[in-house]
Design a protein around this ligand. Structure first.
Ligand code: SF4
Length: 327
């Protein structure tokens, strides 16, 4: 079996693919609530081009793919891409991260096409605050999408909550309670202030503080059942069906176990979320690049991976918004 390793001996086996930078929400911690005009659709890689990159990357050791955006479900006929990726040798799992708005209508179809699991971004359970954070009134569609995904068997459906002090941190315990009452799998994500977002959005709440706050509901037991390819550390309350995960890039970063690359919607391979280095694959693909040369470009991206990010020191990417990278 081929293994892709970077200069820090980390095995790289996970590819996050942004299939579009279009989104039907304007989340404060992603765009600062500002409407950013997305790139023309023609900028995006075609499904055939994405599939080619994944095929060659699988030959180098990539085994898991996660589809992201913007909002990936805005890309027409996404099930066709999932079906294409599902036929590639070496790809063991296809996952998706969505804001859930369109998930209700598509969950069954995505599952049938070969999708294994889904993460849904949800930062509040209150309709007015949902509108404040996202600019939309469609909280009930997201809740309906989560339920539809669970019914369709896209389990575990994980709920990603970006915690912002003074905006939604007063719901930390409410989300934790959902792991007991409804069996939800919650992941608390520390806000990453980068690019234009630094000052205006709100303050990060550390994983440590969140753990302290939810102790009111009982003791957290470490939990290792969740799996997945992500950086989260999992726990659960005694007897709860749901779990609690922490993704803490600012206070307890996980770069030492980084296993990923990111493909942007306009075809650039990005070694790290929090660094602007990229390798342009689209130009090569549209110039008819051969498989060996494409492999070389992928290896070059891996060789550019930094040991860790420096966002806590205020050093971060500036060339793209989170929406343009895919989180
Ligand atoms: S910040 Fe960069 S190096 Fe660290 S885990 Fe994320 S992608 Fe990997």
């Amino acid at each position: 079996m081929t293994v892709l390793c970077d200069s820090w001996q980390r095995v790289i086996n996970y590819l996050r693919i942004s299939v579009t930078d279009h989104c039907n929400l304007n989340c404060l911690y992603c765009t600062g609530g500002v409407s950013i005009p997305p790139a023309p659709r023609s900028y995006a890689l075609t499904y055939e081009e994405i599939s080619r990159v994944v095929e060659v990357a699988a030959g180098l050791g990539i085994t898991t793919v996660r589809l992201t955006g913007g909002e990936p479900l805005l890309r027409p006929d996404l099930s066709r891409l999932i079906g294409m990726l599902g036929h590639i040798d070496g790809i063991k799992e296809i996952a998706l991260t969505t804001n859930g708005i369109l998930l209700g209508a598509l969950a069954e179809e995505l599952k049938t096409a070969g999708l294994k699991r889904v993460n849904v971004s949800l930062d509040t359970l209150q309709p007015e605050k949902f509108e404040k954070i996202t600019g939309s009134k469609r909280l009930s569609d997201v809740i309906g999408g989560i339920e539809a995904a669970r019914q369709a068997g896209l389990n575990p459906v994980k709920i990603n909550m970006v915690v912002l002090r003074g905006i939604n941190d007063n719901e930390i315990v409410d989300f934790a309670r959902k792991t007991i009452s409804d069996g939800w799998h919650i992941r608390y994500i520390e806000f990453m202030p980068f690019g234009a977002l630094k000052s205006e959005v709100g303050e990060m709440v550390s994983a440590e503080e969140i753990r302290e706050r939810i102790k009111i509901l009982g003791n957290l037991e470490p939990y290792t059942g969740e799996g997945g390819n992500g950086p989260a550390r999992y726990y659960r309350f005694a007897g709860a069906k749901g779990t609690i995960g922490f993704i803490s890039p600012m206070t307890e970063h996980f770069c030492h176990s980084c296993n990923r690359l990111r493909l942007t919607s306009d075809g650039h391979l990005r070694p790290c979320l929090l660094d602007d280095d990229e390798v342009d694959l689209k130009t090569a693909l549209r110039a008819g690049v051969g498989t060996e040369d494409l492999k070389e470009l992928i290896r070059r991206a891996v060789s550019l991976k930094q040991e860790q990010h420096h966002l806590a020191e205020g050093v971060g990417p500036s060339k793209r918004s989170m929406r343009g990278i895919g989180g």
